[in-house]
Ligand binder design. Sequence first.
Ligand code: ATP
Length: 319
Amino acid sequence: MTTDDSISTASRPTAPSPHPAEGTANNDTRTAAISFTGVGKRFGAKTVLDGLDFHVRRGEVFALLGSNGAGKTTCINILTTLVRPDTGSVRVMDVDVRESPAEAKRRFAVTGQSAAVDSHLTTEENLVLLGRLSGLSRRAAKARSRELAEKLSLTAFMSARVAALSGGMRRRLDLALSLVVPVEVLILDEPTTGLDTRSRQELWNEVGELSRGGATVFLTTQYLDEADALADRIGLLDSGRMAGLGTPAELKARIGEDTVSIRGSDGTQLDEIPTDGTVDGLASAIEPWVGRPSRASVSLHSPSLDDVFLAFTSADKPR
Ligand SMILES: Nc1ncnc2c1ncn2[C@@H]1O[C@H](COP(=O)(O)OP(=O)(O)OP(=O)(O)O)[C@@H](O)[C@H]1O
């Protein structure tokens, strides 16, 4: 028997039913790390965010997933006070980002948007400079730089000029820079875009460690495997609304159960039988096929996050 992680178009559920957006789960904004409440944003005639409601719990890793143009960066820009929403409100650790932007900014760090990066300086010089600009003494800034370099495997690159760093090292430096001053909420906008598999894995490990240390992590990504590997909960953004929200397991369970596929020797699908994932369930699903002369093969399919994404978002919706 083979285990098939992919799913054929024929057997993929067309849409989750019902299609609940759990944006109101944990709707007490005082206990949320981040809350979007009724957030709307238009650019010209285009509605990018359409009354968006969701909450990120304190201490969790939350991944916002969406297709190109779904509005992920717009969410980050509103959250980080770069863009004003037309309607609704966004709070970070119970601070309204519009009413008190300076106070909100002290609660979060954003990777990749550190204005202080100077590619002519070395890794260490950049880290120390940011520490000094953030009010640390020279000695404290140096100590913090070394501590972060060790944590993010940057020690061997401390004397390298940033311009000479690889993409993976540059991402790590971005992450280190955002951690110079400890914050409660870490915002990562597509943190591993363009990185190779090993660098992505290493960055995921770092994010996991930060999360275990108590930080709330809010990240956007187009990579389903990234969300699956990292996130406690995932929000699926589609046409400016939260089309689905839950743990990876909840979202997968919502679009359907495991199925057993029976195929003939020429690959034709002969039967597809829902199963509950237990050994007994599998045995009873394949029982009618045992001893048949067709030399049928059997494979088990569990819904993947790709299936979830396809079921909750639609390619033909306007973006
Ligand atoms: N300043 C702007 N002016 C006009 N349109 C904009 C502006 N910023 C974003 N948009 C539009 O809003 C939509 C959402 O963009 P956004 O960058 O938030 O999406 P995204 O989910 O981050 O996409 P991607 O994954 O491609 O980065 C897009 O259609 C984009 O063209």
